[in-house]
Design a protein around this ligand. Structure first.
Ligand code: NDP
Length: 314
């Protein structure tokens, strides 16, 4: 059980973690980045990416993350595949224990463990993920120009996504399991008055239908169940946006760090500093609002620059 000491340890290999790695490696801090079995974060479960600056043609999410990883390694980041099972942040240096039995101590820690979209958990949802089933309207809405889509959920995200999707889609059906929305009243008013939006109340998704025979799988419709009447209805549409919330990956830190009610790490204004000096958080693990690869990369850069300053001051 070797104990390895590092100046900087980065947890998570999405856009935030890899950008933090690129910057801290170039600052000669010799970072190590620990990532799980499927490196690359949420970008690896999306397909076409058209909104990451610098690429005039459509690129693939997994490809972009491979490029970022190669870039991080080329400038000196050591990537380690392991799962951190516990973190002790009340000692100096901080101590992290991995699934493999390896332990690491580090002077500074960048947490970029991301968040996971919550999914409905039905088989057909998984089958068409990235091919008509998405958890991000900003990322994928553009591909539904002139088409019909459904949004599942009744919170702020669902309503914002439904409104956003009207910029592209011909018709948007918002499907909610109850008869009142959780979203803010102002958003609700905009939703109710929008001519392209239809709200289907007291309804859950029974199945997502599609076609797997063409060159790429595609969604062709959705089967819905009214939970009051048990009536099943079928609707032809091409996209399903699941907007039932996200879960930040912060369990391993317990209550050592200040978190908000939903578990997102709280960072200081205009900073990635957390409630513990030397621990920084970047990307979706601390961002409940923007959740974009580019904003995650931006905060990853901030975290690395703040770590550099923190270490210099020690
Ligand atoms: P929320 O938890 O607020 O809402 C989730 C919605 O999904 C609820 O309507 C819930 O239904 C529904 N839901 C949950 N699980 C299921 C399921 N298995 N099947 C069907 N429906 C389900 O998540 P959001 O992502 O909307 O928002 C998270 C936080 O971020 C909130 O605090 C929100 O205010 C904030 N936010 C703020 C924004 C802003 O200020 N502009 C924009 C986006 C988010 P039910 O209502 O029945 O529980």
């Amino acid at each position: 059980m070797p104990n390895k000491h590092k100046k900087v340890l980065i947890l998570g290999s999405g856009a935030a973690g890899l950008t933090a790695a690129i910057y801290s490696a170039r600052a000669n801090l010799k970072p190590i980045l620990i990532h799980g079995m499927q490196p690359g974060g949420q970008m690896t479960i999306t397909t076409d990416v058209e909104n990451y600056p610098g690429f005039p043609d459509v690129i693939q999410g997994p490809w972009l993350m491979e490029q970022m990883q190669s870039q991080a390694e080329n400038v000196g980041t050591k990537m380690i595949t392991d799962t951190v099972v516990s973190a002790k942040l009340n000692v100096r240096p901080f101590e992290l224990v991995c699934d493999s039995g390896d332990t690491y101590t580090t002077d500074a820690l960048i947490i970029s463990t991301g968040a996971q979209a919550k999914w409905l958990g039905i088989d057909s949802e998984k089958k068409y993920q990235g091919f008509g089933v998405s958890a991000c309207a900003t990322c994928d809405g553009f591909f539904y120009r002139g088409k019909e889509v459904a949004v599942i959920g009744g919170g702020n995200t669902a309503v914002e996504e439904a409104l956003y999707l009207t910029n592209h889609a011909e018709k948007v059906k918002l499907i909610h399991r109850r008869d009142t929305l959780r979203a803010e009243k102002l958003l609700q008013e905009r939703l109710f008055s929008h001519p392209k939006i239809e709200i289907i109340w007291n309804t859950v998704v029974d199945e997502i239908m599609g076609n797997t025979e063409g060159p790429m799988p595609e969604v062709t419709g959705i089967s819905l169940k009214n939970i009051k009447t048990n009536e099943i209805t079928q609707h032809n549409l091409q996209g399903v946006f699941v907007a039932i919330g996200h879960t930040p990956n912060t369990e391993i830190f317990g209550d050592q760090l200040d978190k908000d009610a939903e578990g997102y790490i709280i960072t200081k204004p205009d900073s990635t500093a957390t409630s513990i000096p030397g621990v920084f958080a970047a990307g979706d693990v601390q961002d409940n609002v923007y959740r974009q690869a580019i904003t995650a990369a931006g905060t990853g850069c901030m975290a690395a620059l703040e770590v550099e300053k923190f270490i210099a001051e020690q």
